[in-house]
Every structure is written in structure tokens, then in C-alpha cells.
Design a protein around this ligand. Sequence first.
Ligand code: HPA
Length: 279
Amino acid sequence: MTPEEKLEKCYESFKSKINFKPSVALILGSGLGALADEINVTSVLNYSDIDNFPTSTVPGHKGRFVFGYIEKVPVVIMQGRVHYYEGYSMQDVVLPTRLMKKMGSEVLFLTNASGAANPDFCAGDFMLIKDQISNFVPSPLTGANFDSLGTRFPDMSEIYNKKLCDIIRKTAKQLDIKLREGIYIQLTGPNFETPSEVKMCRFLGADVIGMSTACEAIAANHCGMKVCGISCVANLGCGLTDKPLSHKEVMEAADKAAPLFKKLITQSIINISEQFELS
Ligand code: HPA
């Protein structure tokens, strides 16, 4: 089966189970999944119930689509994503993003937990993603182009939609939530970086480091979705602190930030829907 046929099969499987057209797709990062439990849920679809769908193996990642409404906005939320470090191909990693586009989503709202490369950042900070560096992982667009989705050589000059960024900025102000801005770099993981690698990332212009998001943003941009993203800084990068890092620490930091994060994301989505007149 080609990757394009696989996507089609997943879409058929989704359609046979769920009748819902989201306008906004939201991917929740490590430790941030609880947000999905608090929206007005209309249906839930476990990844394992979609034929051919890649399922996550990371503790803390639930692995399901949640469909419902944030006020009047129809949303599909990914509670848990699959990562490249789990052994999936990049095509598989971005399959869910493409699937959410096929469901009808016009906007992709990305979230993640990250480590800071910028020494001015603190654990618990939120960062609006303005741009990204993804050259340390393979492009999800390698292989035969999905002509039905987008062009072979897509432009990436504005992966993170400026108008969406503006709405999120204003929303943070409105809610009196401090919002940093900066560049996200995706590395393969699953190991955290060495101090020298964190220095390298900083030198390259990155503010935060993570193991997801950039590939999804590329795939979403390729298929014409409008993309925005917020990173939750879970820890300082290695070398910026003396303490060894652990997944537990990342999850705890994300947990702590979750209530404020939820407020910022839900209000941003409401404001986006009003200002973009999504169908
Ligand atoms: N590095 C990479 N990914 C991460 C980190 C980190 O320090 N923290 C959370 N995700």
C-alpha cells in the first residue's frame, strides 16, 4: 500500500465511524492532553480503531481523536501523537495531520512540551512559535508527492500564519498571560540533548527544542492548512541547568502549566474562529 493509499484507507475508516466536520484541528503535546476532556465532547475515536493508523507508545500519550465544540467552534483534538523516535516513518508521523485536513480542518493548532535553548526562558513559559528549524529530521514530504494534497516544492516562507500569530498574541494580552516568541527546532530524540547540542541549537537560532511539531507544520503547510503553534517550556535545556533531565520532570511541568495553557488555547481558538470566519 502506498502512503497515499494508506491515508485514503484511514479516511474511509474514519468516515465509516464518525460524522463530524471540524474547522480547527488541535494537537496536544506531552502532558497537555487533559484539555480535551474539558471541551463539549460529541464523540471519541481511538487511533487503534482506525484501520492502518499509527498508534503511539509513549506513556502519557492517550492516543485518540476527540471531536467536539469549543463554544461554537467544531474541533478535532489529537490527544497524543506519534513521534519519529518511536520508529515510524515521517510519512506515518504526519498521517494524522493530513487526515485532519481531509476531515475538513482549515486551521492546525500545534502544541508541545519543549526544552529551552534560550537562557532567558524559564520552565513553565509559553512560547508562540514564529518559525522553525527541521533539518535534523527527514522532511515528511520525501517520497512520491501527494499531488492531491499539495505541490512538490512547497513554499515555507510563512509556515506559522502571521494573522493567527497576531490573534494568539492579542489573546494572551487579553488574558494577561505572558507569552514569549521564538523559533522551535525539532531533533529526533528520544534522548535529550547534550550541553553541546543545546549550545549548537542556540547558535543556529533556536529558542526551544523538541521532538515533534516541525514535521507536522510542514505537512500541514503543504496541504494548505493555516498553521499556528504554542510551545510549553517544560525545562531548561541540558547545560543551562545542572540537573539531569527526565520525562517525569517534563510531564510534571506540563501538568503544572496545563490550566493556564488551556485558557490560552481555548480562547485563542474562539478568537481565531471569529476573525477567520471559518466554515
Ligand atoms: N529537549 C527536547 N525535547 C524536549 C525537551 C528537551 O529538553 N523537553 C521536553 N521536550
